[in-house]
Design a protein around this ligand. Structure first.
Ligand SMILES: Cc1cc2nc3c(=O)[nH]c(=O)nc-3n(C[C@H](O)[C@H](O)[C@H](O)COP(=O)(O)OP(=O)(O)OC[C@H]3O[C@@H](n4cnc5c(N)ncnc54)[C@H](O)[C@@H]3O)c2cc1C
Length: 443
């Protein structure tokens, strides 16, 4: 498609400026991409051009099948509606049945109605969702790779039977609450308390940033045992008296994800809903080892989508009488992005293989997450340049992806904290606390 400059001229000339002013605030937002088309918007998602080194060859037939199934669903069901929901910062409940039909919730969990995917299968499903929409991939990741996996790895048999089957079908939704207003990177110091009372526990405190929490049916919550001073895990139900979750407004990224501030005011949790496998902060690592791999695959998927969008755009949009893709500088930028994507895929894949063979260390996972996210940020920034003005419109994906990468750079351990985890592993020296504080306390 080419730019319709004459049409643009007529359209602006015809506008009565006073009418425009008075009706402006009552009208739905102008869809610029449709009014003055310059290239196909991301609602019609571009074909996948980013799989340059034929990653499919490294996948099993089952993993390839998952990849195709999720890609088709994301392109067909998510792409046409994602900009609208992202702009409104609303969660697209209408896609939950479609995501449920994919049978990817519960990912690597075996039994209890879960799909029992390989870690690589789960990773490619995460990436394919993120390629089209990072918010939807975060929704599934929090639900599946954090909350469900925590129940599967640290829950009793009774808890698994009671919660996992309906979570696997997305009939109920879960969230995972570790972070607090005062304890983000320093989550091991969390202050929410769990006090033993007859028949159960009373939870008191606050949680912040918790994805899905405004509508989750099941909340996995971490609190400090008032007797042992150790971290314990609890399954809290949505309607528990004393529980309140409020949406955090005005986010610039992952706008469809409903992140909440949670208040826990003497919330009673029966004994049967304390997770028996969470007895110290170290036990959260059972889950974080897997979820950090999944989070690393989000920026891979996002970067694939950005590359695919730019690849199509550069062929469609013309300047100086030629497609943008004909200019050497633009080709160089596209190849820069493509190189990044290939390297990110291969690092992400190797991470999965290390995990599958039992060789993955915390340092491996942290380096994967931090380095891949860094490269994704670089890739999206180059892509944003390539789209010119349309590079700041959510309609063409890249601006949205650019913003969505920011929270991913920060959550599941910031870039800095993950670097320090790997740094500690390769030097044997922990540097999380300033030396004066480290001497006085243990990390
Ligand atoms: C969109 C979004 C979704 C989230 N979802 C969830 C969720 O579902 N569940 C959940 O429990 N949490 C969630 N989080 C919380 C997330 O994990 C934290 O935001 C993250 O761990 C960082 O904590 P913080 O924001 O408090 O930053 P801080 O810890 O205050 O860090 C601020 C800055 O200081 C740096 N810094 C901190 N300590 C050090 C150090 N020792 N050395 C060097 N640099 C340091 C950090 O790298 C960062 O740059 C989410 C966050 C976001 C933004």
């Amino acid at each position: 498609m080419t730019i319709h400059s004459s049409k643009y001229q007529v359209a602006t000339d015809e506008v009565d400026k006073s009418t425009y002013r008075s009706s402006y605030f009552n009208s739905p937002p102008l869809d610029v991409s449709l009014s003055f088309p310059q290239a196909t918007p991301a609602s019609i998602f571009p074909p996948c051009a980013s799989d340059y080194y034929q990653f499919d060859d490294l996948l099993t037939p089952e993993e390839r099948a998952v990849r195709i199934k999720v890609r088709e669903c994301a392109e067909k069901e998510l792409a046409p509606i994602m900009t609208k929901y992202w702009e409104k910062a609303e969660f697209p409940f209408e896609v939950v049945p479609k995501l449920s039909a994919l049978h990817i919730a519960g990912a690597t969990i075996k039994g209890y109605g879960c799909p029992g995917l390989s870690i690589t299968g789960s990773a490619v499903a995460t990436a394919e969702l993120a390629r089209v929409d990072a918010s939807c991939s975060t929704f599934i990741l929090v639900h599946s790779s954090l909350a469900m996996l925590n129940i599967a790895l640290c829950g009793s048999e009774d808890q698994k039977q009671r919660y996992l089957p309906s979570l696997a079908q997305l009939k109920t939704i879960a969230c995972w609450a570790l972070t607090e207003p005062e304890y983000g990177s320093d989550a091991s110091s969390l202050k929410t308390t769990a006090t033993k009372v007859e028949g159960g526990w009373l939870l008191g405190g606050q949680k912040r940033w918790i994805g899905n929490s405004t509508f989750a049916d099941v909340l996995v919550i971490f609190a400090r045992n008032a007797t042992t001073n150790q971290i314990n895990g609890f399954i809290v139900k949505k309607d528990a008296p004393g529980l309140r979750a409020t949406k955090i407004e005005n986010k610039i990224g992952l706008r469809m994800v409903q992140n909440g501030d949670i208040l826990l005011n003497k919330v009673f949790v029966p004994d049967e809903d304390r997770l028996p496998g969470v007895n110290s902060f170290q036990d959260t690592n059972k889950v974080l080892a897997v979820s950090r791999i999944m989070v690393a695959w989000q920026p891979i998927g996002i970067s694939m989508g950005v590359y695919d969008m730019c690849h199509r755009y550069l062929k469609e949009r013309k300047q100086f009488g030629a497609p943008l893709g004909a200019f050497q500088i633009n080709q160089q930028k596209l190849v820069h992005m493509l190189g990044n994507v290939q390297a990110m895929i291969l690092v992400g894949w190797r991470l999965c293989k290390l995990y599958e063979s039992g060789k993955m260390t915390p340092g491996h996972a942290s380096l994967g997450k931090s380095w891949i996210t860094l490269k994704a940020r670089e890739t999206a920034a180059v892509g944003r340049e390539l789209l010119g003005g349309n590079g700041i419109l959510a309609d063409f994906l890249v601006a949205k992806a650019f913003c969505d990468l920011e929270p991913i750079y920060t959550y599941e351990g910031t870039y800095d904290i993950n670097s320090l985890v790997t740094g500690r592993e390769i030097t044997g020296l922990a540097s999380f606390k300033p030396p004066a504080l480290s001497n006085r306390s243990r990390l």
